[in-house]
Every structure is written in C-alpha cells, then in structure tokens.
Design a protein around this ligand. Structure first.
Ligand SMILES: C[S@@+](CC[C@H](N)C(=O)[O-])C[C@H]1O[C@@H](n2cnc3c(N)ncnc32)[C@H](O)[C@@H]1O
Length: 236
C-alpha cells in the first residue's frame, strides 16, 4: 500500500498527541493528497459529510516485539489484551481515527480533532456514515469503568507572557485552547503519575509537549492541577 498523502499536524511528537480523536477540538490538521491521485476529482462529493475516517500508519513505532497484552495509560499500570485497546503496538500498525471534516480543498482536506503526529502517512479517507455507523446503546468495555477527575490548567506569569506573544504572531491558531485541552488529557506516562507532591521522587519532573513551533513546558502540581511554566522556541 502507498500513502495517499501525509498529515500536517500541530502535534510534533508522539508525546502530547491526544490518545484518541476529537479530544483537542481546536487542533486542525491538513491532509495533502498526492497530485497523481487527482485530489480535486477524487474528493468531489466529500464536502457534504461532516466527519471522515482516516486510516493511517503508526510510522513512528519503534518497538517491533509482539506483546499480546498492553498497558493502556488509562488503566494506570493494569494490562489488557491488545485487541481490546487502541494501542499503536499491533501486529499491523494501522491507525483509525474519526475526525471532523472542516473543508475540502483542491489538494486535500482540513480536519479537526486528529490524534496523529505531524508527518503521519495516510492510507485512505472514508466518509463517516452515521445512519449505519452510529449505534445508539452500543457498549463500551473497560474504558467505561475508568473515572477521571477534571484537570485544571494554570500559567505562570512567564508562560503567560510567552503565550501572549505567540498568540500575537499566530492570531489564526487557538493556541491557549489547544494547550489547555492537550494538558487536560494528562499526557504523562503512567510511571510519572502520583509523585506530584513528593520532593525526592525521581519522576517529579517537568515535561514539555511540542505544539507547532513551541515547546510548552509544564509541571503537575497535584494530579488535577497542571501549571504551564514556560513556552520556548528552539525549533526552526
Ligand atoms: C492510542 S493511539 C489511537 C490512534 C487511533 N485513534 C486508533 O484508534 O487507531 C493514539 C496515539 O498514537 C500515537 N501516534 C500518533 N501518530 C503516530 C504515528 N504516526 N506513529 C506512531 N505513533 C503515533 C500518539 O502517541 C497518540 O497519542
């Protein structure tokens, strides 16, 4: 299979990319389709749909050893059969995301809410058919049992100044909302959680997510309070 194109996304690393679609709604992404596929014709009629499925490749997977059981971050360390999860580590590393279709362009589509890293190869687009695919009363398995407290996001004065400058340069991007929604998902790996108030804990560190051209540094003060400490621009 050959990719039909590649996604241009604000999420520059796997770390910080939402774990499912639709969670960071203001994050728009562009899928530019290969010219030889005649995108203007191939996309004709898609504009009538509000949502599309993207089928794609987890091209940044590093570990290739097979594990039948995986540790979903939401289960805080417990394991689950891989086919009962949406883990990137699968026998065939294929991703599936239902995203909102914002617009159809001559050379591709703009979508919002994608959980894909910048540069992800896309294999296919399929329109979402709510009349057959939306199933009222469908059961959710183990994720239904996971209870999560809402997370509050604050900015230090330094981070607030950096954000204001960043916003001035990028008035078309919903930077604050994207930062807040991204951090409210607690992107930290499970091993870092639960040590927020223990000074001597090795895992009580600051992290950074790379959004657009900025590194957003943050620290969890408690499990439900995260503080953005600074925003740095080290990438060209
Ligand atoms: C849990 S998977 C779910 C993806 C998709 N919605 C699915 O169900 O197949 C989402 C995570 O995959 C990772 N990811 C996104 N794009 C990737 C890529 N191109 N290669 C490897 N991992 C990627 C990110 O860390 C993201 O949080």
């Amino acid at each position: 299979m050959e990719p039909i194109g590649f996604i241009e996304s604000c999420f520059k690393d796997k770390f910080g990319t939402p774990r499912q679609p639709g969670l960071v709604k203001k994050a728009t992404a562009k899928l530019k389709i290969r010219g030889d596929l005649q995108p203007a014709e191939a996309l004709q009629g898609l504009e009538g749909f509000s949502h599309v499925w993207l089928i794609w490749v987890f091209h940044q997977n590093k570990v290739s050893r097979y594990h039948a059981k995986v540790h979903p971050p939401r289960l805080g360390g417990k394991s689950m059969g891989l086919f009962a999860t949406r883990t990137p580590h699968r026998p065939n590393p294929i991703g599936l995301s239902l995203v909102e279709l914002i617009s159809v362009e001559k050379d591709g589509i703009i979508v919002s809410g994608a959980d894909l890293v910048d540069g992800t190869p896309i294999l296919d687009i399929k329109p979402y058919l709510p009349e057959v695919e939306a199933i009222p009363g469908a059961r959710t398995g183990w994720p239904a049992e996971v209870v999560k407290e809402p997370i509050h996001v604050e900015f230090t004065e330094q981070a607030q100044i950096a954000l204001s400058k960043w916003e001035q340069k990028n008035p078309d991007k919903a930077l604050r909302e994207i930062i807040e929604e991204t951090l409210q998902l607690d992107p930290r790996p499970v091993i870092y959680r639960g040590y927020e108030q223990k000074d001597d804990a090795p895992y009580r560190s600051e992290h950074a997510v790379r959004l657009f051209d900025g590194d957003v540094h943050f620290k969890f003060e408690t499990p439900t309070l995260v503080r953005v400490t600074d925003i740095l621009f080290t990438h060209n």
